[in-house]
Design a protein around this ligand. Structure first.
Ligand code: NAI
Length: 349
């Protein structure tokens, strides 16, 4: 069904507030989740509300955290999230990074001890909206085999990048370092459809086309994607003194414990490197160049990263955001959460 954006945000905020988040944290969290749904990134939108609500209600997210930003150098800082909501902590840390980059040219800000932070281009877009370039990376739970391995070690460790153009558009790259998101395998399971053998492996570490036999995901581009997810793990885990690799907590392990996740924001002020107007103009030129590349057979147009969201946003703004009926029914109900995630295996049916 279709739900107007403001109505969806109100419903999500209400549910998270009922679960225990303060009104202002619930408001920010709802904004980040609606950002994802609005772009068709439904795997990181309202679909996650019952999970977040269960974790909040069971104590695994600090509802009254002592957020503290420690500036550790002219261009660096650590945002201590105190077990608080990752959607909120990562946003507040990006505000700090933006202020530093405006003043000192670059900023590297880590967030430590937070919960899951959703679709992370929300944060890089904040910087691009202020004429800055941003990269953000974060830890996620171990579900991916290292190249050549048969056991999961790294998370789907995503990377987001955003850069502003001269006409209000921006480039937005936002990707997990796995071939496919876990949500796509769950979807194939629900429909009993086979999956390509490039997505995941079974218990022996062999590629599988049976979504029910999946025991780990595969990194993008073999050893290269594996190397990228390792880089994310080092910079948003080890660098911040946090659990890393397979020590990162699972999304569905003990829901009463804080997740201790990390995220790193890197923000660059182009005006410290070149003329800002020329920079933005050249980003526009790049976008136009890409759009003008002759498409390959089967493609109607080459899109720049993030342009694929435009048509979805336009449709949803006009007709409301597409939401699965069950999710809507939950959001309008009195149920706060369903008790379905605690200690669930990440690969369980
Ligand atoms: P995806 O595969 O749907 O898209 C990846 C990138 O490709 C995007 O930048 C998209 O704009 C671009 N793209 C897609 N189609 C395109 C086309 N036709 N032309 C040009 N560019 C195109 O994204 P993925 O990897 O499934 O990630 C989904 C979300 O999951 C992201 O928002 C990510 O931040 C989030 N995520 C969050 C995690 C967390 O722990 N917080 C963990 C893993 C993923």
């Amino acid at each position: 069904m279709r739900v107007p954006k403001e109505e969806l945000k109100r419903l999500i905020k209400n549910k998270l507030h009922k679960a225990g988040l303060s009104e202002s944290h619930a408001d920010t969290a709802a904004d980040v989740l609606v950002f994802a749904d609005e772009r068709g990134i439904h795997s990181h939108g309202s679909m996650r509300v019952d999970y977040y609500a269960e974790r909040i209600a069971k104590g695994g997210i600090n509802t009254n955290p002592n957020f503290n930003f420690e500036k550790t150098g002219p261009c660096s800082g650590v945002f201590h999230a105190d077990g608080g909501n990752g959607l909120v902590a990562a946003k507040e840390a990006m505000v700090e990074a933006i202020n530093i980059a405006k003043e000192n040219g670059v900023a590297i800000v880590g967030v430590e001890n937070m919960s899951h932070s959703g679709a992370i281009s929300y944060f890089t877009n904040m910087a691009a909206d202020q004429d800055l370039v941003a990269l953000s990376i974060t830890l996620s739970d171990p579900m991916v085999v290292p190249f050549g391995g048969s056991e999961p070690y790294y998370g789907t460790n995503p990377i987001a990048f955003a850069a502003p153009s001269s006409d209000g558009r921006k480039i937005t790259l936002d990707m997990a370092t796995t071939v496919q998101a876990w949500g796509k395998i769950l979807y194939a399971r629900s429909k009993n459809e086979s999956i390509p053998d490039t997505w995941a492996v079974d218990e022996k570490g062999e590629p599988t086309t049976d979504p029910h036999k999946v025991n780990a995901l595969l990194p993008i581009a073999g050893p290269k994607g594996y190397g990228l997810m390792m880089m994310v793990d080092v910079l948003s885990g080890i660098l911040l003194g946090l659990p890393f690799g397979s020590r990162v907590t699972s999304m569905y392990s003990d829901l009463s414990e804080y997740r201790k996740l990390g995220q790193l924001h890197i923000v660059i002020n182009p005006s410290y490197f070149t003329d800002i107007n020329q920079f933005k103009q050249n980003i526009t030129t790049t976008m136009n160049d890409l759009n003008n590349i002759k498409p390959a057979p089967g493609f109607s147009k080459v899109l720049y990263p993030g342009q694929n969201f435009d048509a979805v946003i336009e449709d949803y703004q006009t007709n409301g955001i597409e939401i699965v009926d069950d999710i809507y029914n939950y959001l309008v109900s009195d149920v706060v959460h369903f008790n379905k995630y605690n200690n669930k295996s990440p690969f369980a049916e």
